[in-house]
Design a protein. Structure first.
Lengths: 388, 125
């Protein structure tokens, strides 16, 4: 009986692995029964397992370049891999694996393994908030909030849907930058400064727009969220927010003495009203840390009523958000308001990874369930992720 | 926590980041951040305006740097854009001032560059 099976396999060629002589240096689709030497010396490579496999189909992979730790080998398939729809990342030098197709439930399983080198896909969720914009001089507008981009939850800045999580490569450097808040107007005629951008990898959130200033240069600046317009005849417009990051700032009152609120990540700044203070745009609540926290609200626009100047109300951080909020106008004649608030970068990833943080960055890591959450509050530099 | 400004070739501020304090270890963070970006990097103080630190700290470089500000090496100061042609730089504050002082009667005025005077703003329009 066994001899009969062996003879059959020899005849139809299904015995053993048909190793391909051409070393693979770019993405390819594997064929059942074949083995491949994969060289990632120059770049990471994705291997697509055969479609419509039958039980017992096998594919073997060997790290030819002995470099998979630097440039990973990603295994993908339209069928499950080890019972999950996720890709599999091979990130250890000298790795070799043989995949055998089982059934529709488990899909491809690992039949032979050079070592325990498989980990969940390196998928990272992010929240990137830029610095808020500065307020205008005197009875100026409110600063625009820093642009907000997130892949976590359902909503991102400016009313957009949450973005797609990033698929990263282990042991690879990724840039993180925390943008500062923009300074307030230093003198009459000078608008509030824009906040600076915050960055994670390819995600760049734009600094909040500086507010228009009294008694000239009334239009708010464009930014992640727009700065509020300031009291100048004609009702200068608020600045525009950036699509998918934040809302527009409010315009100044068409009559005098009513500046617009800065735009927020969750709503537009209110238009100025003569003799009244108006709200900045709403912040956006994001739960990436495990708790719902507000980020990036717009600063309020200020005004005075005739000769009675408003004293300025102090919005709480709950209203403005914890990071990236725009500065509030002062409502005081010839006065300097505060600057915008600094941004933040928050990453959430599987606790099967550890993070290495560059020396110029200030970050701390907490655990939430089976994930780690790293919050960066200062600096610019690089981070890497690797197996725990 | 400290702040750092990056300059372009014309000494204009292109970006400001929050960074590590200079007392945080032996590293010169100005140099460290500058090397990362391959740009000149200068420390700046968030709470400083007109040469005064609002919380009695060190008033680095006269004014908190903003995007579009100029860094003046001779004065070691960040200077905002000049709002009007006739305005001159106050050497102490490194802020721009009108040739006529802003009235101190509590009312609001707008600068009239053509007539070189402050015009009273009518709040009721």
């Amino acid at each position: 009986m066994a001899l009969t099976k062996l003879t059959t396999d020899l005849i139809d060629g299904s015995l053993g692995t048909d190793w391909q002589t051409a070393v693979k240096t770019a993405a390819f689709t594997a064929t059942a029964g074949e083995g491949y030497f994969v060289n990632t010396t120059s770049a990471a490579i994705t291997v697509t397992l055969p479609s419509s496999p039958t039980t017992g189909d096998e594919v073997s992979i060997v790290d030819y370049g002995l470099n998979a730790a630097t440039n990973n080998i990603t295994i993908t398939s339209s069928d499950n891999i080890e019972g999950a729809a996720d890709d599999l990342t091979l990130f250890t030098d000298k790795v070799s694996k043989t995949f055998v197709y089982s059934d529709a439930t488990k899909g491809w399983l690992i039949a032979n393994d050079s070592s325990d080198t498989s980990v969940p896909p390196l998928t990272v969720d992010y929240l990137v908030v830029a610095g808020g914009g500065g307020a205008g001089f005197d009875v100026g507008g409110g600063g625009g909030a820093g642009g907000l981009r997130t892949s976590y939850g359902s909503t991102s800045g400016g009313g957009a849907s949450a973005e797609t999580s990033l698929s990263l490569i282990a042991a690879t450097n990724y840039t993180v930058t925390v943008g500062a808040g923009g300074g307030s107007s230093g003198s009459s005629g000078v608008k509030g400064a824009n906040g600076s951008n915050s960055i994670f990898s390819t995600v760049n959130s734009i600094g909040g727009g500086g507010a228009g200033t009294y008694p000239s240069s009334g239009a708010g600046k464009n930014g992640g969220s727009g700065g509020g317009g300031a009291v100048v005849s004609g009702g200068p417009a608020g600045g525009s927010g950036t699509a998918n990051q934040g809302y527009d700032g409010g315009s100044a009152s068409s009559t005098n003495y009513g500046s617009g609120g800065g735009g927020g990540a969750g709503g537009a700044g209110a238009n100025g009203v003569q003799g009244a203070q108006v709200d900045g745009g709403l912040p956006l609540a994001v739960s990436i840390t495990g708790s719902s926290v507000n980020y990036a609200g717009g600063g309020y626009g200020n005004a005075d009523s005739g000769s009675v100047y408003a004293t300025g109300r102090n919005k709480s951080n709950t209203q403005l958000g914890t990071y990236g909020f725009g500065a509030n106008g002062t409502g005081l004649p010839n006065a300097n308001p505060n600057g915008g608030n600094a941004g933040v970068v928050i990453l959430r990833y599987s606790n099967t990874y550890t993070i290495t943080i560059g020396s110029g960055l200030t970050g701390s890591t907490a655990t939430d369930g089976s994930d780690k959450v790293t919050t960066f509050t200062a600096g610019t530099g690089t981070i890497t992720l690797g197996a725990a | 926590m400290a702040h750092y400004a990056f300059l372009n070739m014309q000494n204009i501020v292109t970006e400001v980041i929050v960074g590590k304090d200079e007392t945080d270890g032996p590293t010169s963070w100005e140099m460290h951040y500058g090397n990362i970006r391959e740009q000149v990097c200068k420390r700046t103080s968030y709470n400083t305006r007109g040469g005064v630190h609002s919380e009695d700290g060190t008033p680095f470089r006269k004014n908190y740097a903003g995007i579009g500000y100029t860094y003046d090496y001779a004065r070691d100061a960040f200077i905002p854009p000049k709002p009007y042609t006739s305005w001159t730089l106050n050497e102490n504050s490194c802020l721009w001032e009108a040739p006529v002082a802003y009235p101190d009667d509590g009312q609001q005025y707008t600068w009239n560059e053509e007539n070189q005077q402050w015009d009273l703003v009518d709040g009721t329009n």
